[in-house]
Design a protein around this ligand. Structure first.
Ligand code: 5RP
Length: 234
């Protein structure tokens, strides 16, 4: 990550953390941008500026970061509602439809982000695209025994699936839910994301895919202009 990208992620994470209010339940997303938001929420709690904030994690990474930064965690069994969720994205189109799952966490992220009264997306400007699927492959979480028929079905839909492999780990990436991740390339990008989201989830063996249509309420974009990091709302 270059220093400029890091700065954009940091400032957009801070802006989202500043929107969190006391006495609320906050969905804690996954990824390097949300990590800054979690850090700043923790700092606001520590300073006493915020009180009584509880986090709902979307991944093992979010659990670890929340513990590191002193945010008490609760599960979905313990709350009636989530006030706000903060999460990153891999691509954002002009309709605020997202591709997520770069960290293989999109299944739990979609559950938490969809339940929140307000879902705030935090991205650096490099994530904005005119059409989804043009800069990032679409992640699909698949039950391991179904990986071959699911990949066949995806080919039938015009996608080119690749099983995501581990880094510094032999074999495939295994999600927090014990499943595999297939990354799908669509040659000309994704024409109808909301339809494709449903079609993919209808394939037996697919747990969840990374298209988030109609979920994002607010998109905060970190940018650098004249050597200054600024945050704007899409
Ligand atoms: C994880 C995600 C992340 O939110 C997404 O990959 C963005 O990550 P980063 O903020 O590190 O760019 O969807 O599954």
């Amino acid at each position: 990550m270059t220093d400029v990208v890091k700065l954009m992620k940091q400032e957009v994470g801070r802006a989202a953390a500043n929107r969190v209010q006391s006495n609320t339940v906050v969905g804690l997303g996954t990824g390097s941008t949300t990590a800054f938001a979690i850090q700043f929420i923790g700092e606001r709690l520590k300073s006493g500026e915020l009180t009584n904030v509880k986090g709902i994690p979307t991944s093992f990474q979010a659990i670890v970061l929340a513990r590191d930064f002193g945010i008490p965690l609760v599960s979905l069994d313990e709350v009636d509602r989530i006030d706000v969720a903060i999460d990153g994205a891999d691509e954002v189109d002009p309709q605020k439809t997202l591709i997520k799952g770069g960290g293989a966490a999109h299944t739990q992220e979609k559950i938490v982000d969809s339940l929140a009264d307000q879902f705030i997306v935090v991205v650096d400007s490099g994530k904005l695209v005119d059409k989804l699927g043009t800069t990032f492959l679409l992640p699909v979480e698949v039950v391991p025994m179904a990986v071959t028929p699911v990949m066949r079905a995806i080919r039938g839909l015009g996608g080119e699936p690749t099983l995501r492999m581990g880094v510094k780990k032999a074999g495939p990436v295994v999600s927090d839910n014990g499943n595999l991740i297939v990354d799908v390339k669509f040659a000309n990008g994704i024409d109808a994301p909301a339809e494709l989201e449903k079609t993919l989830n209808n394939i037996p063996g697919v747990l969840e895919n990374g298209i988030f249509a109609g979920v994002a309420d607010v998109v905060l974009v970190g940018e650098v202009k004249d050597n200054q990091a600024i945050v704007r709302e899409l």
